[in-house]
Design a protein. Structure first.
Length: 540
């Protein structure tokens, strides 16, 4: 008896040691040793071992590959069979002595696995250390090594510190993505060209989320990547970040080879200027081809050079200089590109409209003056200046200029009239319509005069002046206006306009006597009524 028990224990021990593991694309749901005829339950699903088969009513596996006899010896391992996304394996079989029945029981080791999809990710990067500006070609591969289709796949391949130049998947700022599904055994590749941009060491990660037929699952791989600093320092520096159209913009180019320990040479530098500008000067070492300033040569380790060029803006807007650098470092061709932004702005004419006083009496002299000035180096065309007014006796006129050139001032009105005697609101308005290139622009300024009774109150109104230089508004909207003129009246004039001082208040003596008499009568009445009430209470 003891001999049989020891043998059975040994057999069970060996069985545990050789227990098969689940492979990629499978999910182990059961592993156990079962006697012939035994019923067992897995995830509320009943299975029965019957002879050389196992079934659950829908699933029947008959390809066992083991024998149920053999004189108590451990038999050879069996085979597995896949049906309805379930894999059943009869790993081993053996006899176990039943001490109660005094007989051997035929048992088998059985495993059940659910078959799923499985994505294997691979990434091919030529080097883990790159030079800033260096281009590399990388390949990312998704392979479904599972047993059914992988669906709802979202693949993201991140490259911090890089820019994506080209890819046959979907390109982001510093990542590559792909969505889709892969059948069993199918492969998807994303081939991309990257440019190393930002120096430093970072971890790049490829990650895929997908539905494996049973659950949403994830697969990912990561790798460390180092970008070393670019040893050639090339700066393109405009002297301003905001400039008026027609004004000179001085651009300085500084090139230095800062890596004397390595063989590094600048081969070519292209600076593309905006289409809305023109180049009016460049150093002799640069060539000009359209809007591109070109430099070709060799800058060896330890060498440097400084050059300049001048451009002028022709149209307003947000623009940039585009710097493209080609160089060879350690026999590696490197290209760097950088955008240097600045703003071109358009000045607008200045309207001046003023009066001599703020407060005056009817028929007092009222002086009105108005003019328009072009303060900057910008020429406008087809300028129409219109003065309108409701002031009786004031001049309203129209001036048309074919060209309105730099630093020019047009005086529209300067006259003195009598202030109106009738109450009401009067106004004086100057408006300007003008063209710059293909845009029609509009400006205006108003003076409002209100007469109330015997006084005339003069108010100047205008739209708020913006502090920032920029384009005037189009004709459909109210344009930005020049700030109201500063009141320059002398102290004597202000004293003249001030109302006369009033004498102290005094009351006539006759009225004062009447008031005192009335107060005495009121006091006597109150005393009489009070004494009468007091006597009545005493009698009671």
């Amino acid at each position: 008896m003891t001999k049989y028990l020891s043998c059975a224990s040994l057999i069970v021990l060996i069985s545990l040691l050789v227990l098969p593991q689940a492979f990629a694309g499978t999910v182990r749901i059961h592993s156990g040793v079962h006697a012939i005829g035994e019923e067992f339950t897995v995830n509320e699903q009943a299975y029965r071992v019957s002879g050389q088969t196992i079934d659950d009513g829908n699933l029947t596996i008959t390809k066992v590959g083991v024998k149920w006899d053999g004189g108590g010896a451990i038999l050879s391992r069996g085979t597995c069979e896949d049906t309805n996304n379930i894999r059943v394996c009869f790993s081993q079989s053996h006899y176990v002595f039943d001490t109660q029945k005094k007989s051997y029981l035929s048992k088998a080791e059985i495993t059940l696995d659910i078959l799923t999809a499985s994505l294997t990710l691979r990434k091919n990067i030529p080097s883990t250390t790159l030079l800033q500006g260096e281009e590399i070609r990388v390949e990312s591969t998704l392979n479904n090594t599972g047993y059914q289709a992988a669906t709802d796949i979202f693949f993201r391949d991140s490259y911090p510190g890089f820019s994506i130049k080209t890819t046959d998947c979907t390109r982001g700022i510093s990542e590559i993505t792909w969505k889709g599904e892969l059948a069993k055994g199918s492969v998807k590749k994303c081939t991309s060209t990257l440019i190393a941009k930002e120096k430093g060491t970072r971890t790049i990660v490829a990650h895929a989320q997908f539905f494996d037929g049973r659950n949403t699952t994830n697969s990912s791989i990561s790798q460390s990547q180092t970008i070393t600093p670019f040893p050639l320092n090339v700066q393109v520096i405009p002297n301003v970040t905001r400039a008026l159209v027609g004004k000179d913009i001085l651009v300085t180019i500084i090139m230095n080879n800062t890596d004397p320990a390595e063989k590094a040479e600048i081969g070519r530098l292209d600076i593309e200027t905006p289409e809305s500008t023109k180049v009016i000067y460049r150093d002799f070492s640069f060539q000009l081809n359209g809007h591109t300033i070109k430099w070709t040569g060799s800058l060896k380790p330890g060498e440097g050079t400084t050059n300049t060029f001048v451009i002028q803006g022709e149209l307003p807007g947000e623009v940039f200089l585009n710097k493209k650098l080609a160089a060879t470092i350690k026999d590696v061709d490197v290209t760097l590109e950088e955008h240097i932004p600045f703003t071109l702005e358009l000045s607008w004419p200045e309207i001046s409209l003023s009066t001599n006083r703020r407060v005056l009496s009817p028929k007092d002299p009222l002086m009105i003056s108005g003019s328009i000035t072009n303060p900057e180096e910008t020429t406008y065309r087809d300028v129409k200046i219109i003065a309108r007014t409701t002031l009786p006796g004031a001049t309203a006129e129209q001036v048309i200029l074919k060209d309105f050139s730099t630093k020019k001032t047009v005086s529209l009105i300067k006259e003195t009239i009598e202030a109106p005697s009738q109450p009401g609101v009067y106004w004086y308005n100057i408006s300007v319509e003008y063209w710059y290139k293909t845009e029609k622009l509009f400006l205006e300024k108003d003076v409002n005069i209100t007469i109330e009774g015997s006084e005339v109150v003069v108010e100047t109104t205008a739209s708020p002046q913006t502090e920032k230089l920029g384009e005037p508004t189009l004709q459909q909207t109210e344009g930005p206006l020049i700030q109201e003129d500063v009141d320059t009246m002398s102290q004597e004039e202000k004293k003249e306009d001030a109302p006369p001082a009033q004498p102290p208040f005094t009351m006539p003596s006759s009225k004062l006597g009447i008031l005192i008499g009335l107060n005495a009568i009121l006091l006597a009445t109150i005393l009489f009524i009070g004494s009468a009430i007091l006597r009545r209470f005493r009698h009671q």
